[in-house]
Design a protein around this ligand. Structure first.
Ligand SMILES: Nc1ncnc2c1ncn2[C@@H]1O[C@H](COP(=O)(O)OP(=O)(O)OP(=O)(O)O)[C@@H](O)[C@H]1O
Length: 358
């Protein structure tokens, strides 16, 4: 177990800046998810912590100790990658034993067996122990890769999109398993992904990375309910937060498309006429024949427990989540409003939330 701190980390490759002044604090035993699109700097962050790269500026602390001069082995972290790096001609047991047989570790044979058996039980791969790893399915291989990290009992687990090569069902199952595993081990996890559902469902905390910069850190609820800017607003949620351009007039939101919607008391921070972007989650939009907004139904997706409706007002599309029994046809005219208390106001120019701007 370990506490990890990144202070002012910058990493450049030639003229390209991959990470800019990154500050991250991961508490002991925390499941921290770094969420970002391709090229955001996720893998670079992991490689820096693992000791496979050196920062251009800044410091990394593990349990309060600056690890700048520590090699990868001394840092005692396990890196699990998207592509399983198993030895194909060896059995699952041999693959699991391998990290314990290194000359540095010198684990007794009795203990090796005990640890491998325990890990195999935890990951439910006991029945595969004698099988060669090239005879395994993708999900089984990924379990073995994770098992290879666990047997070592590292202080920190660094996971680089370990589930992204798996099919949707398996990914969902392994998400739950990994989260349970982390809780049982009480280990510190840094998990990177571009998948916001993974981030929201697994993270105790999420850090949103954009272009090498950490845009916001918070619990999934904070990131979802109170995004710091329109980038974060759209990075989480499926469909993402609706962003409606407009202005404020007499305590109401006036959308560029002309309709006016009410705002709650907490929104007195902006002055009338200021160009704003109104952020509202699809579940906070509702259809009601007496509501002020008018739109056409552009599309309806039935998701079983709910329907996701795409509404069209002028050129603008708005997503709403409605109960599955709501009868709707394409091109129906509907009226809509929103929950005034749930609206997030962003500055139209900078995209920064007025709540965060102060
Ligand atoms: N060794 C390197 N040399 C030059 N540029 C690099 C090197 N490693 C990474 N980069 C660049 O740094 C940026 C961040 O890369 P990184 O692999 O950390 O992103 P990522 O968020 O993990 O992306 P992905 O999801 O595609 O893996 C990218 O623009 C990448 O091209």
């Amino acid at each position: 177990m370990a506490h990890i701190e990144l202070k002012g980390i910058t990493k450049t490759f030639g003229s390209h800046t991959a990470l800019k002044n990154l500050n991250i604090d991961i508490a002991d035993g925390e499941f921290f998810v770094l969420l970002g699109q391709t090229g955001a700097g996720k893998t670079t962050t992991l490689r820096l912590i693992a000791g496979l790269e050196k920062p251009t500026a800044g410091q990394i602390f593990i349990d309060g100790q600056d690890v700048a001069d520590w090699g990868a082995a001394e840092r005692d972290v396990a890196l699990v990658l998207q592509q399983y790096s198993l030895y194909p001609r060896y059995t699952v047991r041999e693959n699991l034993e391998f990290p314990l047989k290194s000359r540095i570790r010198r684990v007794e044979p009795g203990e090796i067996k005990e640890r491998v058996d325990r890990v195999a039980k935890t990951l439910r791969i006991e029945h595969l122990l004698d099988r060669k790893t090239d005879r395994l399915s993708g999900g089984e291989m990924q379990r073995v890769s994770i098992g290879r990290a666990i047997v070592r009992k590292p202080r920190v687990f660094l996971m680089d999109e370990p589930l992204s090569a798996l099919d949707a069902k398996l990914r969902e199952a392994l998400r739950t398993e990994l989260k349970n595993l982390q809780m049982n081990l009480g280990a510190t996890f840094l998990f990177v992904t571009h998948d916001q559902i993974e981030a929201m469902s697994m993270g105790d905390k999420i850090g949103v990375l954009n272009n090498g910069q950490l845009v916001q850190t918070g619990t999934p609820q904070e990131i979802y309910g109170n995004p710091v800017n329109t980038f974060v607003a759209r990075a989480v949620g499926s469909p993402p937060m609706n962003l409606i351009a407009g202005t404020l007039a007499g305590g109401e939101a006036v959308a560029s498309e002309g309709y006016r919607l009410p705002l709650g008391n907490g929104h007195g921070i902006a002055t009338d006429g200021r160009p704003l972007t109104f952020g509202i989650r699809p579940e906070d939009i509702f259809l009601d024949s007496g509501a002020p907004g008018e739109a056409r139904v552009h599309d309806v997706e039935n998701h079983g427990v709910e329907k996701i409706v795409t509404l069209r007002t002028g050129e603008k599309f708005i997503h709403a989540t409605v109960p599955t029994q709501t009868a709707l046809r394409i091109e129906d005219t509907v009226r809509f409003s929103w929950n005034p208390e749930k609206v997030v106001l962003f500055d139209a120019g900078s995209g920064v939330s007025l709540r965060h701007a102060g």
